[in-house]
Design a protein around this ligand. Structure first.
Ligand code: ZN
Length: 471
């Protein structure tokens, strides 16, 4: 879109959102919902149909709390804010974005108050992405995760070695990278008969129903990781979408239980499987055949260690499994303070940089590599960031449970057999779509509440093998 069209598009999106809002809160829709709720109470609906009514009721209740004029104002402001964020990031100057962000924070505070809350004004905003989650549940988990991460970073520093990884940045032909990555996601179970893969600037997964799931990735000829792990990640999202109960197609249940659960499915495949030793003992010989010159003399173990190097860096999307969560916790703390009115927008750059220094030991040189790097705040996505870390914690919990339930799991991965594992995810997670809440789902599958313990133990084992800290 031409840069000069932002104002026009802001108005168009505001009009569309207002129309959708009007339809959602219309008396006709409300009375249909009421009839369906009555039917559910009398037991004349199947479980999944009742769940579908419950989901519709939830969207209805949320929408009905917001006056039409507010929806118009919020949509318009968010659309314009995205435009000023883009300019601010290009010029690495936070002050260009500050005014729009201030208006947006103010509107999100109003939105949270309109939804209502019992404990914390940030709660209704997380609830939009992670239904049922509260600051009072999240904060202690994040505090323990932060402490555990600091401990592991010290362990790495004490190891005094960084595994050789420069060879990942030799020249790797882009077409061959993409071909190899597609073969891998097909092998783990992404169904190409109802899905496809294309290229884009930022990888994503989108779907237009259970039988049309589309993934994108990007290719950097001087970085072997980006295309492959980007695609495995998106395929994890895609297999979730392909795995919903077919009856849910075109209903409110054809979606993830929460953003955190959706992210757990991408991270399960990307990190728990795709960055593991058993996986590369199977996949590495194929990779080596694809790039014989660049990988000559490198063993599967060399490769495994190289792709798991962990060190502090400025950009969230490029961060490793361990330090990534500190990027999220920093954002959570800042946006929680903004929404609570404990921090002014003007303080963001300094608060950001101070926290980067405290948690990761590095200080951004400018706003572009600091507080302007992410798009989320510019569209009003406050409450979204925790989903990424929740996804990591859920993925580690699910993996531990899979190992208990599937005694052959490691051997299967080493042999490139993923049917049983995918079947396990299908029956435990995928098929349920949005018919069950995230915490119910996790509790039913793992028999426990959300915890950071599995994730930290997984990383401790990984650090021992990558940095050889136990030897
Ligand atoms: Zn994702």
């Amino acid at each position: 879109m031409p840069a000069g069209s932002a104002e026009g598009r802001a108005e168009q999106i505001a009009t569309l959102n207002t129309i959708v809002h009007k339809m959602t809160v219309s008396p006709t829709f409300a009375s249909l919902l009421e009839q369906l709720e009555e039917a559910a109470r009398q037991g004349s609906l199947d479980d999944w149909q009742a769940a579908s009514v419950r989901e519709s009721q939830r969207s209805y209740l949320l929408a009905s709390r917001l006056p039409e004029s507010f929806v118009r104002e919020l949509t318009r402001t968010a659309s314009l804010a995205q435009h000023s964020w883009r300019r601010a990031r290009a010029e690495s100057d936070f002050s260009i974005f500050a005014e729009a962000l201030t208006r947006l924070v103010d509107l999100k505070r109003q939105e949270a108050s309109l939804y209502g809350y019992e404990e914390d004004i940030y709660d209704p905003l997380i609830d939009l992405y992670e239904p049922g989650m509260r600051v009072s549940t999240l904060r202690p988990v994040f505090e323990r995760l932060k402490a555990g991460t600091e401990r592991l970073l010290t362990r790495i520093a004490n190891a005094g070695v960084v595994p050789e990884h420069a060879f990942l940045h030799e020249h790797y032909d882009g077409d061959r990278q993409l071909e190899f990555s597609k073969r891998i996601v097909e092998a783990i179970g992404f169904d190409f008969s109802t899905g496809r893969v294309d290229l884009s600037a930022h990888p994503f997964c989108t779907s237009f129903g259970l039988h049309d799931v589309r993934l994108t990735t990007r290719v950097f000829p001087n970085d072997l990781r980006s295309c492959l792990f980007g695609l495995i990640h998106e395929a994890g999202h895609g297999m979730y979408e392909q795995g919903f109960d077919v009856r849910y197609d075109r209903t409110p249940l054809a979606g993830g239980a929460s953003m955190g659960i959706h992210e757990s499915q991408s991270l399960f495949w990307e990190n728990m499987i795709g960055r593991s030793e058993p996986f590369w003992s199977w996949a590495y010989p194929q990779l080596q055949r694809t790039f014989p010159e660049q990988l000559a003399g490198r063993s599967a173990e060399d490769f495994y260690r190289a792709i798991n190097v962990m060190q502090p860096s400025f950009i969230r999307v490029e961060a490793d499994e361990l330090t990534y969560n500190l990027h999220i916790i920093l954002r959570f703390e800042i946006e929680h303070a903004l929404i609570n009115g404990d921090m002014a927008v003007a303080q963001i750059p300094e608060e950001w940089n101070d926290r980067m220094e405290r948690y990761l030991g590095i200080r951004p040189a400018n706003d572009a590599e600091g507080c302007l790097q992410d798009v989320h705040w510019s569209f009003g996505g406050f409450g979204y960031f925790p989903s990424y870390t929740l996804g990591k914690l859920y993925a580690a919990m699910l993996y531990n449970q899979a190992q208990k339930d599937l005694p052959n799991l490691i051997g299967d991965i080493q042999a490139g057999r993923f049917e049983e594992l995918l079947g396990w995810l299908r029956s435990k997670v995928h098929q349920w779509g949005r018919s069950r809440k995230a915490h119910e789902l996790i509790h039913d599958v793992c028999g426990r509440e959300l915890t950071e313990v599995d994730f930290l133990e997984h990383l401790e084992r990984k650090i021992d093998s990558v940095y050889r800290t136990s030897i």
